[in-house]
Write a protein that binds this ligand. Structure first.
Ligand SMILES: [Zn+2]
Ligand SMILES: [Zn+2]
Length: 302
């Protein structure tokens, strides 16, 4: 099971209703944070997320609404009983900016930090993290500063068909455990092979499209995503602004989801000009019906 908590859903400045950007994803007991806008720590408090669980932070780009909460979070983590390394990933320039950030306030850093710069080529998904059960890829997108989007992929996994096991007289226990790990077993004088009682289940995919205009990287991120969280700063009426500042409209976000066969679209990164995001949601739903508008602390479990 994977939990996604959308911690902030506004763009540029926090409002009463919406904090700026951050998403938290928890899988297998490990916390991953995607962006860390101002106020992310408080949003984590409200969502009941332990900061010490964050092992990796993936930054999309260095605009303040995506990173201004980072230094506070690093200081807090350092003052907890944090063990191990905090890995921070980001686009070109991240190492230099992290150096300046770490020297921007007076504090004694107690966390070991590893900074990784990612440089995916045009139109490629670069897999930079590959664990036993999941992997993470990044894709270059087109914003006003170097920017990357991320896709989290759960790997295909083996499930045991307990109905078939029951027919063979097998109950939940060590023998079934061995079969699920791909080992043959002996039972009632018969040899049972893993393929007799197991089947493969496709892993889930959660993709994040950050600030960008339409570009060739977006279909790669969105492709078959179970959940696509996508920026939609503007309503189509403000298409000129979206183009000028290199952002997406809600209708464009929906087109990306539709063309890439994503299963569910979550709109986020709303301009503060909209008192209600209902019109953005409506225009997206005419293109891609399975769309929702994100709200702060929205939680999705897959
Ligand atoms: Zn932004
Ligand atoms: Zn931006």
């Amino acid at each position: 099971m994977v939990d996604l908590v959308i911690l902030g859903t506004g763009s540029m400045v926090p409002t009463k209703e919406r904090n700026v950007q951050a998403f938290y994803l928890e899988f297998n007991g490990e916390g991953m944070l995607f962006d860390c806008g101002e106020g992310t720590q408080r949003q984590m408090n409200l969502a009941g997320i332990s900061r010490a669980k964050v092992r990796r932070i993936f930054l999309t780009h260095w605009h303040g609404d995506h990173v201004a909460g980072l230094i506070g979070l690093i200081q807090t983590i350092g003052n907890s009983n944090y063990e191990g390394t905090l890995s921070i990933y980001g686009p070109k320039g991240t190492k230099e900016r992290m150096f300046h950030l770490m020297n921007a306030t007076v504090f004694e850093n107690k966390v070991e930090i590893a900074v990784h710069e990612l440089a995916p080529k045009d139109g490629e998904e670069l897999f930079f993290l590959d664990n036993e059960k999941h992997k993470v890829g990044c894709v270059k997108v087109d914003h006003t500063t170097p920017t990357i989007g991320y896709a989290w992929h759960e790997k295909e996994r083996t499930r045991v068909d307990m109905a078939t096991c029951a027919k063979l007289g097998l109950k939940e226990g060590p023998l079934v455990g061995r079969l699920s790990r791909g080992e043959p077993v002996e039972h009632d004088g018969k040899r049972i092979l893993p393929e007799d009682v197991t089947f493969r289940v496709a892993g889930k995919k959660i993709a994040f499209i950050p600030d960008t205009q339409l570009c060739e990287g977006l279909p790669l991120l969105a492709h078959y995503a179970d959940v696509l969280v996508c920026e939609s700063t503007y309503y189509s009426r403000e298409l000129d602004k979206a183009d000028g500042y290199k952002h997406l409209t809600a209708a464009q976000a929906a087109q990306v989801a539709s063309q890439a066969d994503a299963k569910r679209l979550i709109l986020t990164h709303f301009s503060q000009r909209y008192a209600s995001v209902e019109p953005l949601l409506e225009e997206a739903r005419t293109v891609f019906p399975n769309t929702d508008a994100a709200f702060d602390l929205m939680k999705i479990t897959l």
